[in-house]
Each structure stands twice: as structure tokens, then as C-alpha cells.
Design a protein around this ligand. Structure first.
Ligand code: SF4
Length: 209
């Protein structure tokens, strides 16, 4: 359920900031929803203007909030395995950007983490993406990222017809502990989707500019 309590302060500058470092610094210093988050805002993302592959995630969990390193948790281990990349490549911001729908840990809900803060994508996403023109492929990791890019729809169905969204997007389930059960119930994901995912990740990372 959306826990947005609004109103919130708009930090977005109009017209949009076109200097990459300035915009990234503003996003890292953002406190727009400090009054509604259960902990101090700590925006966690990884970006550069030369990135080829974008991982569009959901929001940091508590471990990532503590470390400040995106996907430095069991979900990240699983995602790297799915993608077929080692830590060094995953954390090379020159090639891989990691931009969740919400940059800060949103706290807990009844069954898992709360949804990403809705104001975050409104404030930052479009302007940051505009300054990463070399992105070849975006991995839509989980329902929130898929909804943001593709509109309403069912996650399982989208993952099953991932080819329909190429070459721009590759929809994936969120690699949380629940994905273990999801993969058991959907064995086609490991057999058919993951080999294609690894090939497309490699293709995006090694594409000529
Ligand atoms: S979640 Fe996004 S909008 Fe909210 S404080 Fe963090 S960076 Fe700012």
C-alpha cells in the first residue's frame, strides 16, 4: 500500500539541471521525504554518464541502507548470479548504473519492505536518466520498476514474454528470498530466461559506442 503522506518539498530545479555532477550531488543530498521515512534519508544509487546498462530496482533494504552500497545483500548476490557478472563488474559505475525507483530505505510494511517513496521518481528519475544517454538496456527488477517503465501489468506475464520488451527493457522478478520459491514454481525462468538475460547483459556491456 502506498504510505505517501504528502505534501513534500520539491527540490527539483526548473529548468532541469543538465550538469551530471551537480544533479547527482543534489540527489545524494535529498531529504524531500525526511518527515515520512522511518529513518534518516540515505539515497543509495550508482550512476555515471558513460553507463551502458541500467539496473532499475525497487528501493534499498535495511542492509543496503546501513552500508550505502546498492545490492550489497543476498538479493544482490542473486541478481549478480542471474546476470552472470562478478562484483567488480557490477560495481563499475562507468558501465553499470543502479537507479532504484526510491533511493532511500522506506521501512517495513506488513509483509516485507514498504513500497518505494512515490515522490522520489517524480523528483529525480527523468532528469538523471536524461544524463545517461549511453544506456543500451534497462533491467526492470521487480514490479515497481516495471510499472514505472511499462505501466500496469503482471510481473510473471511480463517476465515470460521478455522478448517483447527488448532491446530496451528486460523485465525480471525482484531477487529477494521470495524469488527462490518463485523460481521453483516457474522453472522456465532459470532454463529459458536467465541464459538470454546473460547474453543481453553481455551484449549491452560490450556494445560499441
Ligand atoms: S526517497 Fe528519494 S525523494 Fe525521498 S528523501 Fe530519499 S532521495 Fe529524496
Amino acid at each position: 500500500m502506498d504510505s505517501f503522506a504528502g505534501p513534500f518539498v520539491r527540490y527539483r530545479v526548473t529548468p532541469p539541471v543538465t550538469d551530471f555532477d551537480e544533479l547527482a550531488a543534489s540527489a545524494r543530498a535529498c531529504r524531500a521525504c525526511a518527515t515520512v521515512l522511518p529513518v534518516e534519508p540515505r539515497p543509495v544509487f550508482q550512476i555515471s554518464p558513460t553507463a551502458r546498462l541500467l539496473i532499475a530496482g525497487q528501493a534499498p533494504g535495511s542492509k543496503v541502507h546501513a552500508s550505502g552500497v546498492p545490492f550489497a545483500d543476498a538479493s544482490g548476490d542473486r541478481l549478480r548470479e542471474w546476470m552472470g557478472v562478478a562484483d567488480a563488474e557490477f560495481y563499475d559505475a562507468r558501465r553499470i548504473a543502479i537507479l532504484p525507483i526510491g533511493f532511500c530505505y522506506p521501512g517495513r510494511a506488513k509483509s516485507g519492505d514498504a513500497p518505494p517513496r512515490p515522490e522520489c521518481a517524480q523528483l529525480w528519475r527523468e532528469d538523471l536518466l536524461a544524463l545517461m544517454p549511453q544506456i543500451r538496456l534497462t533491467l526492470l527488477v521487480g514490479t515497481y520498476a516495471q510499472r514505472d517503465a511499462l505501466g500496469p501489468g503482471k510481473m510473471r506475464e511480463r517476465v515470460g514474454r521478455f522478448r517483447d520488451f527488448l532491446p530496451d527493457y528486460f523485465p525480471l522478478p525482484h531477487p529477494s528470498w521470495r524469488s527462490h520459491i518463485w523460481m521453483r514454481d516457474n522453472p522456465w525462468f532459470e532454463a529459458e530466461v536467465l541464459p538470454e538475460l546473460r547474453a543481453h547483459v553481455r551484449g549491452a556491456l560490450e556494445a560499441e559506442t
